[in-house]
Design a protein around this ligand. Sequence first.
Ligand code: TTP
Ligand code: MG
Length: 411
Amino acid sequence: MDSFEPTHSNPKAHPEKLIIHIDMDCFYAAVEMRDRPELKHRPIAIGGKSPRSVLCTANYPARKFGVRAAIPTSMALKLCPELIVIAPDFKKYKQASQEIHQIFKMFTRSIQPLSLDEAYLDVTQFAKMHDQSGLQIATLIKELIFKRTHLTASAGISSKKYLAKIASDWKKPNGIYEIKDHQIAEFLAPLDIKYLPGVGPVTLNKLNQLGHKTCSDLAQSDPLELVLQFGKYGKRLYELAREIDEGQVKTSSEAKSLSIENTFKQDLNLEQLLLEIPEITKEFFYRFVSSQKKRQKRGKSPYGPKALFVKIKLPNHQKKSLERSLMEQPELAHALSNLQYIDNITKENIEKSYQDILEVLEPIFYKFTRELFLRFGNPKIRLFGLGMRYHDNKKELDQMGHFDQLSFDCF
Ligand code: TTP
Ligand code: MG
């Protein structure tokens, strides 16, 4: 653990907005190393051992061999034959996450969790009230985290969310990096666009082909061309390259569910409806993937699936529905977990994962529908809908004790 020297910055000059992004270092692996210190200097990775498993993360010694999150375990073992693969223990990671969030709450109520190990904190008020600089607050947060959990975190400080996030990666592991307002232009100009939120391998390749490598290239490009190529996201890219980001630290997630509904021209009985289910399921699933990708592009954490439901409307307009927690569908949860961090997965893998998920999802919706019809006396229906309810990340983190592993681990 580095020692933290007191800051020499002027704490009196408080910026209008002060955001700290905290990201734990090789989080799952760090928890395992803490609990088994003999592993500390050996290459370890967290993930399943089956041929189809992918890794959740790896410690820094393993990363030297090219072992990293989202690669298949089989490939990791080829890269580093002495790699120790450990099955994830989500209960422990949640416990650590809970402790970290208790620390965050000492500084602000304005906390936006992105995953178990990552959050934005708006510490503007705290800085003013206690006359502390961003660097002093981030140092304190890191020290408290280490004291309470024996885990290290990295912190990024800026008046803008996306820059705070980029900055937290700058001095990893166990680092702090601050981008003050007067340093933003100098920091951004040479910055490789791969660091901008939402720029995955595909977007990066396309941008590079258009001749854009740095933020300076993007800032000087034609915004219309970017919009033509990337739609709304093109505008966002242009703005990010020009220091424009009005994003606030959001303390609760917006969407609570995603569903798709069909009203039929004629009332359908169960047999007729079952024929429609594959098509509706497919449409729902592709919408779900697309909404997750959109969130990822905007640099947001993906929605955590919580439950599945089906609903019907009878000819007399009565509505009936059935909803079940995803915890009762471990096979689906497992299939969905393969979709995590979509950009890291190759195209073939994505197609295969989609197919795998649809193969599990379809029978579940069949089962729910049959059950619902049975429960309500096999009616004829006018409308049918199916969908998924999401976890409310913020609420879940507040109630930590109650939340199940699917909230963050499915995606
Ligand atoms: P990250 O913060 O992306 O990674 P990390 O904390 O392991 O490493 P770093 O020091 O670079 O921050 O993700 C946090 C945890 O989320 C990670 O420990 C495991 C989990 N995770 C997955 O399960 N799958 C993934 O593909 C990624 C990227 C993370
Ligand atoms: Mg991390």
